[in-house]
Design a protein around this ligand. Structure first.
Ligand SMILES: CCCCCCCCCCCCC/C=C/[C@@H](O)[C@H](COP(=O)(O)O)NC(=O)CCCCCCCCCCCCCCC
Length: 203
């Protein structure tokens, strides 16, 4: 997963969509190993990945090579709707990736917390705290309630160490902070692209 997010960024600071999606697929594997309670989150994430993969494999796939080229292509071809979400069309790549981009901020804050809070074993609290600071702002009341319930099922920190294949907090800190580092790079580049194109609020 770290490798995919690392490989995402080219020397010109472009983000390769194929690796971005691979990183997300790896995250889903972690989530799936935490239990079926997270199934709906996993399913939601997979739906978004599949939309983007569909564009990447489609006839205009070359235009979806990087996030920047996707934005340019979709803007030039009026694929992005700034006013509402058309119900009968596949959502644009830009609005789909924006949802994942917002979730990436949650992940960054959460992993940083786990990596820098030795002895803090309440992953559910750290997860909820990260969610309140980030992704929850974009979710309806209903989704927020469902998310809160799912957080209660988060495994204890020792189990999370096993999931990320480390034995104690010291090792976890190195792995998690390296991960955070690569996520931050990807997040910042994406954020800048969405900001200059006025696309941070796409419906
Ligand atoms: C394993 C812990 C998982 C905690 C996940 C925290 C985020 C919880 C949010 C759950 C909401 C999902 C339900 C659907 C939301 C959608 O309404 C909403 C908006 O979409 P729309 O505009 O098309 O309607 N969708 C989204 O915001 C996308 C949410 C994507 C959530 C991705 C979560 C990824 C989690 C990766 C966990 C990896 C754990 C790694 C541990 C080492």
């Amino acid at each position: 997963m770290v490798q995919s997010f690392y490989d995402c960024v080219t020397n010109d600071n472009e983000i390769l969509l194929v690796h971005y999606l691979e990183g997300w697929r790896e995250l889903i594997k972690f989530m799936d190993s935490m239990g079926s309670v997270f199934g709906f989150i996993s399913h939601e994430t997979m739906t978004k990945i599949n939309i983007l993969q569909g564009y990447l494999d489609g006839e205009n796939g070359k235009s979806y090579k990087t996030i920047k080229s996707m934005i340019n292509y979709e803007l030039e071809n009026q694929v992005v709707n700034f006013k509402y979400l058309p119900s009968k069309q596949v959502p644009s790549g830009c609005r789909t990736l924006l949802r994942m981009h917002r979730a990436l901020k949650w992940l960054e804050v959460f992993l940083y917390k786990v990596g820098t809070s030795p002895g803090h074993d309440k992953t559910s609290e750290m997860c909820a705290e990260a969610y309140h600071k980030t992704l929850s702002h974009y979710h309806s009341w209903f989704i927020r309630q469902v998310a809160e319930v799912a957080f209660l099922a988060m495994p204890p920190v020792e189990d999370m160490y096993k999931i990320v294949c480390v034995k104690d907090h010291e090792e976890a800190k190195v792995v998690l902070l390296t991960t955070v580092d690569s996520i931050v790079k990807v997040y910042n580049i994406t954020q800048e692209l969405y900001t200059i194109n006025n696309m941070l609020d796409l419906p």
